[in-house]
Design a protein around this ligand. Structure first.
Ligand code: GLY
Length: 395
């Protein structure tokens, strides 16, 4: 076994420095726990691609009512969370309470949107049905053919890149140690997670290990439990709105066009984010001509004027999808191991509530009441021999 150095154990070792791992580390350090993060590029990952919609209302899907409660709780936490993080890091996050408009382009889209409206109303959410003319009065750049829409004044946005940068700084200021390399393997001794081995052979010991590796979470060597998270690829475009075109859009505009979701998120700094494909392609992050074409085609049907704008970036990221589209938060079956992953389409939205819940779990061993439905144990198969069935699960 290679063993170049042995570090002083931390109380908490977070494997994965995306926004979920970072918020966990920040909150953990604030609780007085000695905390370390393992990631070759902290602040990277899906947050570098995500649009940053805080869309509890307009991303409500059938069968996700339990998740809705968590999404709403996190949306409600956002203003104070953003203020606290800005204070702690000195960084603005681009939080913008702009609202969202979901529109329909044809009769089928309109029928679908009517059903969405009914679901939102049954769920007690605030959304208002508007005619096509009323939609265009709010957003004059909308295509003349828009047939109607839903105005959701509570769905806002944040800039995920700025969020990630701020979390890195807040972690550093709170005393979190960063190990800028890959975690090679989970260390398990006598059926308990006790740390991780890094790519250079360094062994990091820890009282508790948090696995927050996004869509890669299930790939960590040595895991004796299943982490049912898979990559769901999203291709995203970034355009720039020249100052002479502003205000191009006042709020997020979205639609389902021929069964595919498309959204346009205008930032205060002039960036216009257009997303996103949803593809089950394994770990491939290639930007394809087809993906870019479909996004531009659908976005152009909504807002014809986008063809005038400079296209400045195309990128693909991987959402960490779970079997029920909801996150896995809290203690895993293996003692000493906690999960913070599987946030799928809602990682940015769920960052505040995940940080709070993980700090609670790391200090008390329990999840807050509201987060218990998202325990990783909901996917567990009872099997007393489970921890000994995989070769090499201990080091
Ligand atoms: N929440 C937007 C997306 O996942 O595309």
């Amino acid at each position: 076994m290679s063993q170049l150095s042995v570090e002083v154990p931390s109380d908490v070792l977070v494997v994965g420095g995306g926004i979920i791992g970072l918020v966990t580390a920040w909150r953990s350090a604030q609780q007085g726990l000695r905390t370390a993060v393992v990631d070759p590029a902290p602040g990277g990952g899906a947050a570098q691609v995500a649009a940053g919609m805080l869309a509890a209302v307009t991303e409500l899907h059938y069968g996700e009512e339990t998740l809705l409660a968590l999404n709403l709780a996190s949306a409600a936490r956002y203003p104070s969370f953003a203020a606290e993080l800005t204070e702690a890091s000195g960084e603005e996050l681009g939080y913008r309470s702009c609202g969202t408009l979901s529109v329909a382009l044809d009769a089928d889209d309109r029928a679908h949107l009517r059903e969405v409206h009914a679901l939102q109303q049954r769920s007690g959410l605030a959304s208002e049905w508007l005619s096509g003319r009323e939609c265009r009065r709010l957003e004059p750049m909308l295509a003349p053919g828009v047939r109607g829409g839903l105005r959701a004044e509570d769905d806002h946005q944040i800039d995920p890149r700025r969020l990630a940068k701020a979390l890195v700084i807040a972690c550093e200021r709170a005393g979190v140690t960063f190990h800028r390399q890959w975690a090679e393997k989970l260390s398990v001794v006598r059926d308990r997670a006790v740390g991780a081995v890094l790519a250079d052979g360094t062994e990091l010991g820890a009282g508790q290990v948090v696995l927050a590796g996004g869509s890669h979470s299930g790939l960590l060597a040595g895991l004796p439990v299943d982490v049912p998270v898979r990559p769901v690829k999203g291709q995203v475009l970034r355009l720039r709105i020249p100052p002479s075109y502003a205000p191009f859009l006042q709020r997020t505009v979205r639609a389902v066009v021929r069964g595919s979701e498309v959204y346009l998120v205008p930032r205060e700094n002039g960036e216009l984010v257009i997303g996103a494909t949803s593809e089950e392609q394994g770990y491939d992050t290639t930007v394809t001509a087809g993906g870019v074409y479909e996004l531009l085609r659908d976005a152009h049907e909504l807002i014809p004027g986008i063809t005038e704008l400079p296209l400045v970036e195309t990128r693909a990221g991987l959402r960490p999808g779970s079997p029920d589209n909801a996150p896995l938060i809290g203690p895993a079956e293996l003692p000493g191991l906690l999960l913070a992953t599987g946030h799928h389409r809602n990682g940015v939205l769920l960052t505040p509530v995940t940080g709070d819940a993980m700090a609670h779990a790391l200090t008390t061993g329990e999840l807050p009441e509201a987060v218990r439905p998202f325990s990783p144990l909901r996917f567990s198969v009872p099997d007393p021999l489970r921890f000994s069935v995989r070769e090499g699960s201990t080091v």
